[in-house]
Design a protein around this ligand. Sequence first.
Ligand code: ADP
Length: 585
Amino acid sequence: MAAPTGAQLIAQALHELGIKVIFGLVGIPVVQIAEEAIKLGIRFIAFRNEQAASYAATAYGYLTGKPGVCLVVGGPGVLHAMSGIGNSSANAWPLLLLAGSSESHLVTKGAFQELDAVSLLTPHVKLAVRSTLESIPQSISNAYRTSWYGRGGTGFVDLPADVIQGEGDEISKVIVPSPARAAGDPERIAAAVKLLRAANAPLVIVGKGAAYAQAEGGIRKLINDTKIPFLPTPMGKGVLPDSHPSNTASARSAALKGADVVLILGARLNWILHFGEEPKWNPDVKIIQVDISAEELGKNNGDASLSIIGDINLVTSQLSSGLQNWQYNTSTPYISAIRASTVKNEATAAKAAQVDTLPMTYGRTFAVIKETLNALSPPENGDIVYVSEGANTMDISRSVFNVEHPRLRLDAGTYATMGVGLGYAIAAHCAYNLPDPQAESGSSSRKKIVCLEGDSAFGFSMPEIETMARYTMDILVFVVNNGGVYHGDSADSDAWLALQDKTAQGAAGGLRSTSLGWEVGYEKMAEMCGGKGYLVRTPEELRKATEEGFKATVPVVINIIIEAGQAKKLEFAWQKSTQKKAKNA
Ligand code: ADP
């Protein structure tokens, strides 16, 4: 029998690690790895750009709790995939990145796609290694293990052409067991329990780290038993159901500002949580932060004396035991303030949903989509995954769509990256809908992946609609089209044409930096590759397209023309908030 090639050995190592999907884009010579992987039953999802593929692999890592795998060519392929490395590192999601490189003996000669990727990437990843033929199994398993164990990040393996094309010896079994989990220091647990019991205004913040840790069972028990109010971060939504009576999301500011003891489960005190600082937080708040990463504790709030290093699952169960037979008395001014704020904010949102103008507003658009989707699949079923990006689209839709189960909502995340959406949608489709030959039949339910994309965010990775179509992924994409980054700049097509004219003439004051094309036909992206496209302007058209799109078996793009010309309003809001910040400082 012929000796196995490097490509075969790499594919075999991935197979032994239990990899089911590789996201990537091939060229010479990594195409051989992809082909060998396909022969072993691994799915290779071929993207149109490495950036989207690398984003997809990170999201797959988050959703499945194991590293996502991305395979790219060397040089430019690696540069494009660096986006995924940034994403993995910022979000703390595990990613195994494999890249080809030029032949070892040609290094520094200016070879085809030559790049010293190991030097380039070392500062940005947890492990970067160049594999030899002999070290394929340990290079891949160590990069996989390192990306996964501890806080998630990237493991990178550089695979020279002569390694991929060489011939080596059969490999022995490659095994990377699930990471060990650490429980919390009993003294710290006892101190946390004492503080929570004595708190007047306790709050639990649930972050996407809790979703990644699949800690929903323990956290649900803790909240149900103790009645402590909780606040999910944008991707922490669903660890506890949004409809839960202890959810304070509709009164976020009141909940944060009024809390005197905050237990943080899987979130960082970064911009998403206003750094744990005034004016959003009470200056005397006591923070009990639980995290797998010791370095995170005490960051920004400066005091880690109450923090607990450990795995959320184990620490939550320790806290639950310590708080046994105790319940927070919810007849407090804190809870009254939260309730009053909830009523006020929900009334404002309900009003926004009813504004019945044409073109539609964001509020009306999302209300129609929500109503229609809820009728087709109620949120409690957990059969819809929402992917959401674009500044206004993401911010406004976040509170509109209820999520009742964990890991059903993906957005721009810690890095606030626009352009992740379509890659994430493909990742979610693979994580939830690809039949697993090892799963017992009927054990996994199919989910519909729904993308809510601003027209600007959609533009970053538009060609991935073709990827969806090629693999018959029935993903439903809404493009919320106001003709601009943030906001549309022109109230109507005449105003837009006048600006375009000025630009054409080289006059001052033409198209703005935030202007995009006027009523671009994004729905055609789906039509041109076998999907379905809809251009809608009214609630009735949107309702019908949503219904049909939900039931379709191909990718669907619904291009929704909404109210443009919001620049003035938004600039005004921006100025007001800047003035307020200056006053507070
Ligand atoms: P969010 O964006 O929801 O605020 P972040 O990504 O900022 O959440 O924070 C998630 C945190 O969860 C990270 O600091 C990460 O180290 C932590 N984390 C991830 N998995 C675990 C785990 N199993 N146990 C404890 N902490 C974890």
